[in-house]
Design a binder for this molecule. Structure first.
Ligand code: IDP
Ligand code: MG
Length: 161
């Protein structure tokens, strides 16, 4: 019928978004999820997770030679994270814009980091930096596919043309 929204009608991409332990401890989970929902992105998976060191090291392996790598891994493993997959048109770049610059003192007001953080080592949230990184990170954090749901919101034609 004309009320049925067919999956696959719209071009989409996926990104890996993670609320880091400081964001969870400070009670910003709801606010952060709300920003992605309001934008029109679609939540495809969500879990709380106590990250083992090996997963944090693999996630940030490109930064393994940096002097802050050890602190970064300890930070990510310092408490539960909220791991998510979000989908939407150009969602990788769009999410990075919502998140703001890596250093929260340089993130624009209105961005998540610009509004909620002051230190690069406590910058509340992660978002994949490319489509390739997103697919790698989704495989790393959701490789078992548990909680990953392929669905299309019925309001999609009011968000997508
Ligand atoms: P991104 O999270 O904006 O993509 P990346 O350069 O990929 O930034 O760095 C990953 C994470 O490593 C940052 O979000 C931040 O938590 C941490 N980090 C980056 N640069 C520094 C630094 O100079 N000192 C301490 N931590 C850093
Ligand atoms: Mg990065």
């Amino acid at each position: 019928s004309r009320h049925v929204v067919r999956a696959g009608r719209f071009e989409t991409e996926r990104t890996y978004i993670m609320i880091k332990p400081d964001g969870v401890q400070r009670g910003h989970v709801g606010e952060i999820i709300s920003r992605f929902e309001k934008k029109g992105m679609v939540l495809k998976a969500l879990k709380t997770y106590q990250c083992p060191k090996a997963v944090a090291e693999e996630h940030y392996k490109d930064l393994s030679s940096k002097p802050f790598f050890g602190d970064l891994v300890n930070y990510i493993c310092s408490g539960p994270v909220v791991a998510m997959i979000w989908e939407g048109p150009g969602v990788v770049k769009s999410a990075r814009l919502l998140i703001g610059a890596t250093n929260p003192l340089e993130s624009a007001p209105g961005t998540i980091r610009g509004d909620l953080a002051v230190e690069v080592g406590r910058n509340v949230i992660h978002g994949s930096d490319s489509v390739e990184s997103a697919e790698r990170e989704i495989e790393l954090w959701f490789g078992d596919k548990a909680g990953v749901v392929d669905w299309t919101p019925t309001i999609t034609p009011w968000v997508r043309e």
